[in-house]
Design a protein around this ligand. Structure first.
Ligand SMILES: NC(=O)c1ccc[n+]([C@@H]2O[C@H](COP(=O)([O-])OP(=O)(O)OC[C@H]3O[C@@H](n4cnc5c(N)ncnc54)[C@H](OP(=O)(O)O)[C@@H]3O)[C@@H](O)[C@H]2O)c1
Length: 238
């Protein structure tokens, strides 16, 4: 939900997405729209138990995690937070922050804890000291930029990869190679990028504040990209 203003624009986007079948809403304190996310969820009429809500800890709050978590919970006002992520690693504080996240989790505050933008080295530091390993690493991931070694590391260690900016923030949707593949499948470039991320085994987080695009981005379960074309897409990063 990055870059969607709080209030009605965010609440509309969330309610439209839930109506279209999405069940995961990703926000963060720093996006400034947790209130709108909560409003959209409440307005949707979808049972809370069917929705997965993620928000994130901003680095300046990492010495006071409980307070930051409770503030997010208050702004969301949806009963509970499902997944709480460390938004960015701070060198020197990676393991200390993780220990505090584990304390929060052990107290039953949320269903799962994880990280975002963490490298293999930082994940390894955490795994060495963790009682509860990160459930998730949320990272930038599209054919135009992804780290196969990080994906493999996460898979090996049972860490779910969530793909953010899967549509390249809209920047590469006109790429000729991507458009050619989209045309071949009778799909839009956005649908090809989302399908690629799904076939890579990631949990994909496309963002739109337009209802038609929210619907379009959900229509990705009626086709599959061949292994050959996945390889072609993988080559875009080179
Ligand atoms: N953990 C992190 O550090 C981090 C960083 C960045 C993002 N994220 C998360 O990942 C989510 C997605 O990433 P993102 O917002 O950076 O970018 P994105 O999903 O890659 O791209 C969003 C852009 O694509 C446009 N778009 C969406 N669907 C489209 C379609 N079907 N056709 C044409 N254009 C389309 C959107 O425009 P409209 O909205 O105008 O339709 C918007 O400009 C964020 O909202 C956030 O929840 C996390």
């Amino acid at each position: 939900m990055w870059q969607i203003p709080d209030g009605k624009p965010t609440a509309d986007a969330v309610a439209w997405a839930l109506d279209a079948g999405y069940r995961h809403v990703d926000t963060a304190k720093i996006y400034g729209n947790e209130k709108g996310v909560g409003e959209g969820i409440r307005r949707s009429g979808i049972p809370r138990a069917e929705i997965w809500v993620t928000t994130k800890l901003w680095p300046t709050d990492q010495l006071n995690i409980r307070k930051a978590f409770d503030s997010s919970l208050g702004r969301l006002d949806v009963g509970h937070i499902d997944l709480y992520l460390v938004h960015w690693p701070t060198p020197g504080l990676v393991t200390r922050t993780w220990k505090a996240m584990e304390e929060l989790y052990a107290g039953g505050a949320c269903k799962a804890i994880g990280v975002s933008n963490h490298s293999i080295g930082q994940l390894s530091q955490i795994l060495r000291i963790a009682t509860t390993p990160p459930a998730v690493n949320q990272v930038k991931c599209s054919p135009f930029g992804f780290d196969p070694k990080l994906l493999e590391f996460c898979t090996t260690h049972g860490i779910v990869v969530e793909a953010y900016s899967p549509l390249t923030k809209g920047a590469r949707l006109q790429d000729d190679r991507l458009r050619a593949i989209a045309q071949q499948y009778g799909k839009s470039p956005a649908q090809i990028l989302i399908r690629w991320a799904l076939q890579k085994g990631t949990v994909v987080l496309p963002k739109s504040q337009h209802r038609d695009r929210i619907n379009e981005n959900a229509r990705v379960f009626d086709f599959a990209i061949t292994a050959h074309d996945i390889d072609r897409l993988d080559g875009f990063a080179a």
